[in-house]
Ligand binder design. Structure first.
Ligand code: ADP
Ligand code: MG
Length: 377
């Protein structure tokens, strides 16, 4: 990183910062409903080599950006002016200024091992790496959760993606060997020990390498639908509804909103259930919870797709303990929990099923829960 930075900018960086991608074990589409989630950081991460500047220039280069160095002005960052990948890092600087921090420029070089656009949150990894770098370069002394919320603001307000805060909190706050139990409304998080390999289990990521276009508009529509249902029920957010309230909600809501509400309410309960099992050391019990979560996203939220369903069905047919799509939906990645001895056979079965169906060969890799963002040199 340092050598690449020197070649690009002709000077040494002050340091290198890194932030991981994530997979969410359970708690999907619950963050913007003020609910709960249980993500882990993955070993794949985005690095930023950075050097503070004495002037207003923000120079950006990414090994994945396939282009020249972009040269922006910090004081001229307004939503809508940057429409390329640079909206994510520039948005972080914009959001920090919006929050009242006095900042100047920097030179940044970015490189990443997080697959981009695969539902593993390369966008949050990029934002968090930049936010942690700026935090140190400008001595802002912001906490990891505060930086995560700045990153969410960048993605919402500058990159124009109406995401909740789960991805950024995961990238900023996860620790190695643990899942992050998030309570979005309370602004609280707790580390829950999660080391599948210690119990002879494997957690596989299957990147289906498809991203169906439907995703972008559909995400916003689902979010609006959930918010509308909460208003109709007289609630601040769907977080305030318990599973026992569902029959009452069914009478009060238009039929098309009920499946959305059912997913969110039951998904929040699944997070609580998963956390109890992890705390009791029963990691294998997570399996059926993952599979139930997938069925709910497929049938109630309707955001799965043929490729993700094929991964889940094939994994289960070959002895997986559980499997589910992870991330916003319409493609992206699936996680599979399996006994270690079965993981290889499951992987082969999935690849074969994709070949038979005429799909692109998926990208499979095992993961262990990794550390969150920070300075690495
Ligand atoms: P995901 O977060 O699931 O990977 P998103 O669509 O939210 O998918 O974010 C992907 C976008 O983030 C890319 O299209 C690109 O604009 C930006 N991005 C992520 N990582 C990088 C990187 N290393 N270099 C440049 N742009 C990146
Ligand atoms: Mg993203």
């Amino acid at each position: 990183m340092k050598e690449a930075f020197r070649r690009i900018y002709g000077a040494h960086p002050e340091g290198v910062w890194a932030a991981p991608g994530r997979v969410n074990l359970i708690g999907e589409h619950t963050d913007y409903n003020d609910g709960f989630a249980l993500p882990i950081a993955i070993p794949q991460h985005t690095q930023v080599a950075a050097r503070k500047r004495q002037d207003d220039r923000l120079r950006l280069h990414s090994a994945q950006g396939n282009g020249p160095v972009l040269d922006l002005r910090v004081s001229q960052l307004i939503p809508g002016v940057v429409t390329t990948w640079a909206a994510y890092p520039a948005g972080v600087v914009w959001a920090l200024r919006e929050a009242g921090h006095r900042l100047g420029g920097a030179d940044l070089h970015i490189d990443s091992t997080v697959p981009v656009g695969a539902g593993l949150s390369s966008s949050a990894a990029l934002e968090c790496a930049v936010a942690f770098a700026y935090n140190d370069l400008y001595d802002l002394n912001l906490s990891a959760p505060a930086l995560a919320l700045i990153c969410q603001r960048a993605e919402n307000g500058f990159a124009g993606v109406p995401c909740g805060a789960m991805d950024q909190l995961a990238s900023a706050c996860c620790t190695a060997g643990a899942a992050l139990h998030l309570d979005i409304r309370a602004g609280a998080h707790e580390q829950v020990p999660f080391a599948p390999e210690a119990q002879g289990l494997s957690l596989l990521v299957v990147d289906t390498r498809v991203k169906h276009d439907l995703g972008d508009g559909a995400y916003a529509a689902l979010r609006t639908g959930c918010e509308r249902a909460a208003r109709l029920l007289g609630l601040e957010a769907l977080r305030d509804l318990a599973p026992a309230d569902l029959p009452r909600a069914a009478r009060a809501l238009p039929a098309h909103l009920l499946p959305l509400v059912r997913h969110v309410v039951k998904e929040n309960a699944r997070v609580a259930n998963a956390v109890s099992h992890l705390r009791a050391g029963h990691l294998a019990a997570l399996g059926p919870i993952l599979t139930d979560g997938h069925a709910s996203l497929r049938d109630d939220f309707r955001i799965s797709c043929a490729e993700s369903d094929l991964v889940v069905d094939t994994a289960l047919a070959h002895g997986a303990l559980g499997a589910r799509m992870t991330g916003g939906g319409f493609g992206g990645s699936v996680i599979v929990l399996a006994e270690e001895g079965r993981a290889e056979g499951i992987g082969i079965a999935i690849t074969t099923a994709f070949r038979t169906a005429g799909y692109q060969v998926p990208h499979l890799f095992p993961i262990t829960p990794a550390a969150g963002a920070g300075r690495i040199s």
